[in-house]
Design a protein around this ligand. Structure first.
Ligand code: SF4
Length: 351
């Protein structure tokens, strides 16, 4: 299939076609994905999102990869919903560090209606700082989606996690259809959709293809597609799984880029365990967004300074961030901002 055909917006992908994309010679796949990227998106530009856990742990769901599930003993400290001041402080640090989007995550099955005014207030305050906003709060009803959209929420994240066929091996407390219903509510309320999945959970390549087919065959492609590599947290049922071949992870990014050519494909969890060469290959494969913060809800992520240094070596520019100093100056300013934030204990308590 020619690259131009591969990068057309489509919503009717078949398993056979997608497996054929996966199984191209590795260099052909990377080349095709990079060409598709350049046809629709700005090369060498990466969008930065900062993620803050606004309510940590004690989740009733049983997602087998997740240290926040109350069912697994991972030693995680629970946190109630953060106060607005802590959220604003963390958002200010994110903005000063160069992030363009601030994502707020709560470990809930779904929010209670009583929580909606509190999170709506967070949305308004973070937007007032000039940041895009994203939330991930679990399943949303139509009414809740409309309320978050009215508060100005730009993106709502709700991952499909894996293929429909493999899903039962990962989660039993909510159905695949529940997830699709939430995505539909989010889309109908006018918010942008952030939806992706996790690879390395013991699934087969056909499941990775299945996940991407579910995403790409939605009526409209998600604007943001996070591709996570499983972080094997001790105490979770997936702690001892064999590692996925790193090239297969890169292939998944490249196929996502080809199937959803206008979406922002985010190199998400698992980056802490990837060397710089693998991250560079992920950018080559079409990833154009990262989580840019030292912690992803509860698992580690590279330090912002490390990311800036890598960007400099690769000639990558953060999107929508005016670079008017050299990278060393940015890094120095970042260190100072974070040092100042450390005096505000609320930010680090939130993690
Ligand atoms: S992934 Fe989300 S829903 Fe699942 S256990 Fe973790 S916090 Fe709960």
């Amino acid at each position: 299939m020619a690259v131009l055909e591969q990068s057309t917006i489509r919503n009717n992908w078949t398993r056979e076609e997608v497996l054929a994309l996966f199984n191209q010679p590795f260099n052909d796949l990377l080349f095709n994905a990079q060409v598709a990227h350049r046809l629709t998106l700005i090369p060498n530009q990466v969008q930065l999102s900062t993620l803050l856990s606004i309510k940590t742990g004690a989740c009733p769901e049983d997602c087998k990869y997740c240290p926040q599930s109350a069912r697994y003993d991972t030693g995680l400290e629970k946190e109630k919903l953060l106060e607005i001041e802590a959220v604003i402080e963390a958002a200010k640090v994110a903005k000063a560090s160069g992030s363009s989007r601030f994502c707020m995550g709560a470990a809930w099955r779904s929010p209670h209606d009583r929580d909606i005014p509190k999170v709506a207030n967070m949305i308004r305050e973070v937007k007032a700082l000039g940041l895009e906003t994203c939330m991930t709060l679990g399943m949303l009803s139509e009414n809740q989606s409309e309320k978050l959209a009215s508060a100005g929420l730009d993106y709502y994240n709700h991952n499909l996690d894996t293929s429909k066929e493999f899903y039962g091996e990962v989660i039993t407390t909510r159905t695949y259809q529940d997830r699709l219903n939430t995505l539909s509510n989010v889309r109908n309320s006018g918010m942008k959709v952030c939806a992706g999945g996790i690879v390395g959970m013991g699934e087969e390549q056909t499941d990775r293809a299945g996940l991407l087919i579910e995403l790409a065959n939605l009526p409209r492609h998600p604007e943001s597609v996070p591709i996570n590599m499983l972080v094997k947290v001790p105490g979770t049922p997936m702690a001892d799984l064999d590692a996925l071949d790193p090239f297969e992870f890169i292939r998944t990014i490249a196929v996502a880029r080809l199937m959803m050519p206008q979406s922002y494909v985010r190199l998400s969890a698992g980056r802490e365990d990837m060397n710089e060469q693998m991250q560079a290959m992920a950018f080559m494969a079409g990833a154009n967004s990262i989580f840019y913060c030292e912690k992803l809800l509860t698992t580690p992520n590279p330090a912002a300074n490390t990311d800036l240094q890598l960007f400099k070596r690769l000639g990558i520019t953060p999107e929508a961030y005016q670079v008017n100093r050299d990278t060393e100056d940015q890094a120095a300013q970042l260190r100072q901002t974070i040092a100042e934030a450390k005096t505000h204990s609320l930010f680090y308590r939130a993690g």
